[in-house]
Design a protein around this ligand. Structure first.
Ligand SMILES: [Zn+2]
Ligand SMILES: [Zn+2]
Length: 150
């Protein structure tokens, strides 16, 4: 024979209670909702839309935050400033593949969050550096950065 813990008993009781409630309220509640929606179609649509919008706004903000935090963490790990011009404003900064095969690398590990997560997981490998977008652009064009041509 199995000894049931208090927890099991509570769970079983709750299941019975839930089922009874569903049976008692179920159809009535569903009918009520359906007729409300029918009578307030426009309001219901608006309500759903507001809910969806609010949620997706929140979702978007959350993933934006996460992405920016990860980005800032990576930039800080690589010294927090452009290795060429010492730009410090993190929105201007990017992580650059020192040997210039960033594209190939991105194909392998992905971009955005997966790229930053990969760096972090690999303990910030040494063949990356911080460059600001200006210096990165010059490098991407195969030029010596104008900062260095003086
Ligand atoms: Zn720079
Ligand atoms: Zn530069």
């Amino acid at each position: 024979m199995t000894i049931r813990s208090d927890n099991d008993v509570r769970k079983a009781e709750k299941a019975v209670y839930d089922k009874a409630r569903r049976e008692r309220l179920g159809q009535e509640w569903i009918d009520h909702s359906v007729s409300w929606i029918r009578a307030n179609r426009e309001k219901h649509r608006q309500y759903c839309k507001t809910y969806r919008d609010k949620n997706s706004e929140r979702e978007k903000a959350r993933s934006r935050d996460y992405h920016q935090r990860l980005r800032q963490e990576a930039i800080a790990a690589y010294g927090g400033k452009c290795v060429c011009c010492e730009e410090l404003e993190w929105p201007f900064l990017s992580i650059d593949h020192v040997n210039g095969n960033g594209n190939e690398h991105r194909r392998k590990v992905g971009r955005g969050n997966s790229f930053f997560n990969w760096l972090k997981k690999n303990n910030w490998p040494a063949d990356f550096q911080v460059l600001c977008h200006n210096c990165n652009q010059a490098k991407g064009m195969g030029l010596t950065c104008p900062h260095k041509v003086k």
